[in-house]
Design a protein around this ligand. Structure first.
Ligand code: FES
Length: 104
């Protein structure tokens, strides 16, 4: 089964910003506002131990991990620039009643 949780008001995360959240199942995720659309991936970079919410910079739909400057497409989780090679786990995100929700 799929669970869904409302995390925070959509207005709290401006365009181009990232924030970390912990889901009830213990997964730590990064939530991104890409030009008004919200996406979510695992928070930990798949190359190292970096938190993408803390260490990442969002540029368009790509997050750049500041540890080694690898990138991911946050809309799909696919790796972009090296050294990132392993896709990120993604979570379906939506806005309902003004709140950002994710499925897990
Ligand atoms: Fe993220 Fe190396 S830890 S690119």
């Amino acid at each position: 089964t799929t669970n869904k949780i409302a995390l925070f008001p959509a207005d709290d995360l401006p365009e181009g910003e990232i924030r970390a959240e912990t889901l009830p199942n213990g997964d730590v995720i990064a939530v991104y506002n890409v030009e008004g659309t919200f996406y979510a991936t695992q928070d930990q970079c798949s190359h190292g131990e970096a938190s993408l919410a803390e260490e990442g910079d969002l540029c368009g739909k790509f997050v750049e991990c500041s540890w080694h400057f690898g990138t991911f497409d946050v809309t799909t989780g696919e790796p972009g620039l090296t050294p990132c090679e392993i896709p990120l786990k993604t979570y379906r995100a939506s806005v309902e009643d003004g709140k950002v929700c994710v499925e897990y």
